[in-house]
Design a protein around this ligand. Structure first.
Ligand code: GTP
Ligand code: MG
Length: 322
């Protein structure tokens, strides 16, 4: 088989040695619905969830890793894997160039900025654009949209699809939407996606916003450590999806500008970006004159310095001159 992902998709949890039907049920209920999810679990986790001895859990994890061919790779293989990374256009050539060609698969991209800077609009646009054929900047694939704030608007999807001469109903049919009601739900949804993405050609996962529930549920400084720990677990979950399914993960994060450092570095906003230590690309957004938006990449040595200007139009994300 030429596509390595084809191989993954054909293995079920029940195919793994040591997984009895009752163990399989427990694992699936707890969100470990695929060998991929099991392969990256700890024996302690699995043991507790499935009520099996640690040694059995170790065997199951080992079997999952073998089934998925997780092992040392040569540098050449790493190179070839890098070459499987694909890009989704944002709709703005300027912004694409700043990102090195678009939003990358196998990566988490974080858009952060104040209210109204265009984070949600970019998420809508990417959910449409991922469906475009590769020659038009898409991946001919579907999107999963996790909405934590209730700001998803199908009307915007419809308008953006029309503007690209796509069939709006078809485009909307290819976006799997979930409204996540709290942070636990948000994380459970991602567990579920692990299984859904094995069946469906979903290559973009949006979480808008990634931080809202976590901030509300873990307020104040005293909860900061617990919040960040849980958020980190969430990010690892998302990174797994990105890697296993060669998908782009896009997350948003609302931050407040700091009036006291008005003349300082605008990317040092209150709340900051969430990808402090996680791999990924962080993009700071801000408003400018005449409805313009300015994007700037933060802490990415492999991407060019500088800023990109774009517009939010009735058709979606576009360059200025359009
Ligand atoms: P928060 O979620 O509040 O943090 O903001 P956000 O960064 O997600 O902002 P969002 O993406 O919702 O951007 C809102 C802005 O997009 C509005 O202020 C408008 O300027 C613009 N916008 C949204 N819909 C339309 C539209 O249909 N036409 C035009 N021209 N602009 C729109
Ligand atoms: Mg928003």
């Amino acid at each position: 088989m030429s596509d390595p992902e084809e191989k993954h998709r054909s293995i079920a949890v029940t195919d793994l040695p040591g997984v009895t039907p009752s163990v399989a049920n427990k694992l699936m209920e707890a969100g470990y619905a695929t060998p991929e999810a099991i392969a990256v679990a700890t024996p302690q986790e699995l043991s507790a969830i499935a009520g099996i001895p640690i040694t059995t859990a170790q065997k199951i994890i080992k079997a999952a890793r073998e089934a998925l061919d997780i092992r040392f790779k040569t540098a050449l293989e790493v190179k070839k894997e890098r070459m499987t990374i694909q890009k989704i256009t944002t709709g703005s050539r300027n912004l694409d160039n700043l990102l090195g060609g678009g939003i990358e698969t196998k990566t988490i991209t974080e858009f952060y900025g104040e209210f109204g800077t265009g984070k949600t609009q970019i998420c809508h646009q990417l959910s449409v654009n991922v469906q475009l054929p590769p020659e038009k900047g898409g991946l001919s694939a579907k999107a999963a949209y996790i909405d934590t704030e209730g700001t998803f608007r199908w009307e915007r999807i419809e308008a953006m699809a029309r503007a690209l001469d796509l069939d709006p109903d078809e485009v909307m049919e290819n976006i799997y939407y979930v409204r996540a009601v709290n942070s636990d739900h948000q994380m459970a949804v991602v567990d579920e996606l692990m299984g859904l993405m094995a069946k469906e050609n979903i290559r973009l996962v949006v979480v808008d916003s990634v931080t809202g529930h976590f901030r509300a549920e873990y307020p104040g400084r005293e909860n900061l450590a617990a919040r960040q720990q849980k958020l980190n677990r969430h990010l690892r979950q998302l990174m797994r999806l990105a890697e296993i399914y060669n998908a782009a993960v896009v997350i948003t994060n609302q931050v407040m500008a700091r009036p006291d450092v008005f003349y300082g570095d605008p990317t040092q906003a209150v709340g900051g970006h969430v990808l402090y230590h996680a791999p990924g690309v962080r993009v700071h957004l801000r408003k400018s004159k005449g409805g313009k938006r300015i994007a700037r990449i933060v802490d990415a040595p492999h991407l060019p310095e500088g800023e990109a200007v774009f517009m939010i139009t009735e058709y979606g994300i576009r360059d200025l001159e359009e």
